[in-house]
Each structure stands twice: as structure tokens, then as C-alpha cells.
Design a protein around this ligand. Structure first.
Ligand code: HEC
Length: 111
């Protein structure tokens, strides 16, 4: 996997930045179209990451189910994605990529 920038920011700083810049849920700074490309490339091996995907690993939450969970927030996702979290590998996403992927995940909820 390409090892791109590994920003030396703490999760707290990152969560603060995103919290400060994200107005309403689902209305953050990320670009959902870019996030979809990232999700299809990096996440779809394990997660059902898009509407046209039908299979992935069992026991791994689909992105749509994440988007629809009451306890899942953009801040929570951003912290999760910069924190190593076995069994899920550390994806080494940049801050922008994380914002994009979160915007994409949140866009999947049936509203
Ligand atoms: C190698 C398999 C794998 C890949 C690739 C992967 N994940 Fe995961 N992911 C998992 C597993 C397994 C879990 C469940 C972890 C747990 O329950 O603690 C998980 C959990 C998550 C959760 C948290 C779910 C919750 O219940 O709070 C999020 C968010 C998530 N993944 C996002 C992503 C994103 C975004 C990508 C791509 C950038 C990605 N994952 C790529 C395996 C993977």
C-alpha cells in the first residue's frame, strides 16, 4: 500500500479540527465523490462500501449501516480512522481523505 503522509497530529487535535469545521451532521468539509473512490479502493475488501456491492467480510459493518447508527458521528468516525483498531488495519489516510470518506459514508444513510 502506498505510504503517503502520516500526519503527526493527535486524535484529539484532529477531532477538534473536524469538529470546528463541520457545521451539521453530513455537512462536513469532505467531498463524498472522492470519498467513494477511496472507499471502493481501500475499504471494499472488508466492508460493503457502496450500494452496488453485495459481498464483503462477514461481521464487518456495512458503511450504510454505520451511517444509520445513532451513535455514529463524523467526529467518532474521524477518531476511529486515525486510531489503530485491530482487526481493522491502520489505513494511513490523510486528513483530507478521512474527511472525504466520512462525507461519503454519511451520505449513504437513508434520510
Ligand atoms: C482488512 C479489512 C478491513 C479494511 C480494508 C477496512 N476495514 Fe473497517 N473494519 C474492519 C473490521 C474487521 C471492523 C470491525 C472492528 C471492530 O469491531 O472493532 C471495522 C470497523 C470499521 C469502522 C467502525 C465500525 C464501528 O462499529 O464503529 C469504521 C468506521 C470502518 N471500519 C471504516 C473503514 C474505512 C473508511 C475503510 C477504508 C478506508 C476500512 N474501514 C477498511 C475491517 C476492515
Amino acid at each position: 500500500m502506498a505510504y503517503r503522509s502520516a500526519p503527526l497530529v493527535t486524535t484529539a487535535v484532529l477531532a477538534g479540527l473536524i469538529a470546528a469545521s463541520g457545521p451539521a451532521l453530513g455537512q462536513g468539509t469532505g467531498n463524498p465523490a472522492a470519498g467513494e473512490r477511496i472507499a471502493r479502493t481501500w475499504c471494499a475488501n472488508c466492508h460493503v462500501a457502496s450500494a452496488d456491492q453485495t459481498t464483503a467480510s462477514p461481521d464487518v459493518p456495512t458503511f450504510r449501516s454505520l451511517a444509520e447508527r445513532e451513535d455514529v458521528t463524523e467526529d467518532g468516525l474521524s477518531v476511529f480512522l486515525v486510531t489503530p483498531h485491530p482487526p481493522m488495519p491502520d489505513m494511513h489516510l490523510t486528513r483530507d481523505e478521512i474527511a472525504d470518506v466520512i462525507a461519503y459514508i454519511m451520505s449513504l444513510a437513508e434520510k
